[in-house]
Design a protein around this ligand. Sequence first.
Ligand code: ADP
Ligand code: MG
Length: 636
Amino acid sequence: MKEYEVYELLKKYGIQTPEYAIFEINQPLHFHSFPAVLKIASDKVVHKSDVGGVRVGIDSLEELEAARSEVMENLQKHGIFLDIHDRFIVEEQLSGEEFYIGGIFDAIFEEVLLFGKGGTLIEIEKDVCYIDTDANEDEILRSFKTTKISRIFPSFRGHQYRIEDVVETVRKFQKLFIKEDIAEFDVNPLLYTERGFVAVDARLKRGKKASRKCRVRSHDLFANEAVAIFGATDKKEKVGYAIAKNALQSDAKVYFVNPHLESLFGQKVYKDIDELPPIDTAVIAIPARFVIDLVEKLALRGVKNIVIISAGFKESGNKEAEEQLSILAKKYDLNIVGPNCLGIYNGERDLNLTFAKSTITPGEIGLVSQSGAVLAALIDKASAHGIGFSHIVSMGNMADFDFADAIETLAKKEHCRFINIYAEGLKDGKSFLRAIRAAHKPVAVYKAGKTKEAKKAAFSHTGNISGDYEMLVGLAYAAGAQIKRDIDELIFSAKFANFNEVLIITNAGGPGTILTDIVVEHGKKMYKLSREEMARLDAVLPPTWSHNNPVDIIGDATAERYQAALQILHRPNLLTFVLVTPQFMTDGLAIADVAAEFENTVPIFFGEESFGEVFAYCKEKNILCFNDLENVANIL
Ligand code: ADP
Ligand code: MG
């Protein structure tokens, strides 16, 4: 499409364009107002200024004719010869701040807008944000505020910038992109003038888009009254053994199925599915070639929740079998988790249907992970720190049940207070964003694969500057998710996410200062001691104590001194660190016990050799503790 044709399309959606006139190549040029701009409009030219196809600052008719000769000469120098299909555009010259807006049809997120600072350096500056076509006003603003250019709003160097104009203009482009058959477009610059945003350049590629259909699920994945484990075995090296063993700790009914086994853990083993009592959930850990058949049989028996642990599907080239699973899921309205996954955990029943080695305890975090290995590692860490889970879903290959389904499911669960996601790649971006918006509880996302490689598309700036990582985190953040850059935060930060103020009680000044820096850098405030608290502390601490937070209670501090300080300062709404360095008289075990008496109080034993016994003790007692300062950032 030629620039002026795009202008006409923009106008239909209320987007402002400059006044312009179109001329055939040999027609005399004229225009009613100056200064004016002359541009070439030709399908042979993509970036007009690169080939000398734009002249600005034209002040008279004579200058206009001179500009035409100049432009034609420039084009010839670049080997471009004009013909009867080409046109000149003369348009009014406007002035203002240069913005940019573009849109691409992404394989994951479908229609996505990019908006930010315009000009010739956009590929280098990349001061842009991502906006979903479904984003409302709040979301548009949240996204826009991540750009540097947004800081000129509401006023900068004597100029006024109305944020409402941003929202209004973006909304018009959202509408345009959704309603028209557009594969890709960009407007650079989108000038912010006295009359608001005006598109003074526009490039657009037509193309039909196929939207995905969203599945509505009618069964709860975590309705697990009666579970059958297919492939339960007495062979310790097999996953079927670990799952069977883990599952038994629950009060849910758990049945084992294996044609070659009589009994397992003192329980009867069923020969096949036909013998089984009624179940609502099946966990499958049998060879891949038998899985499809079994899933169909389960579906015919009305079993809705099917967790496929077995590998040997898409990840090993077996695409057809995986496709088959997806078809069965739709046909029978199933929740199929996996294949190739670690399993699920249901904290409401303490039902562990995973083959994770570490113990999982009930708690408040809903954890969703695309990688089984990462999940196993996180569970292991959580177990060492006494952190529990309301639900866990190992997504595996996501033949059916995907991130959006997991978020929607966990959003409805009272026990789940945090939805924490480890994602490598999504299948359906729009439904993922919809689920985040609708969750109404904190959703945290860690995205692996921060490839710097942007998508390659020569057509527009938009294609050149949008990268997978930036797009996913940009859109998820705007939709309301917190973006985590450290994977440990998925298990640690949830617990203390709502604490704004921090108290540090320490037996050494230096580490206290380092920890203060970490606390403040992570946006938390240091609690200010009141006069009354100071006076009470004076009565129990040595006179040289710091009289400040961090409360340095001096190197010879005993467990009793930590306790005395805590009794005066402790508040349940304060995140309190008991920082301990190894001194001659330090009794780590006793201090761990003291810290455990007080809510939301986390001991940090800063050392190693001297605290070996203490770490083992904390693990055994499920006391969350740290052995260094930097890692503390994970819970802030
Ligand atoms: P290109 O195809 O090279 O992107 P543009 O139409 O964007 O061509 O014009 C190049 C530059 O000229 C713009 O980035 C802008 O700075 C300036 N320009 C173009 N049209 C106008 C206009 N109507 N008013 C003010 N400046 C303009
Ligand atoms: Mg341009």
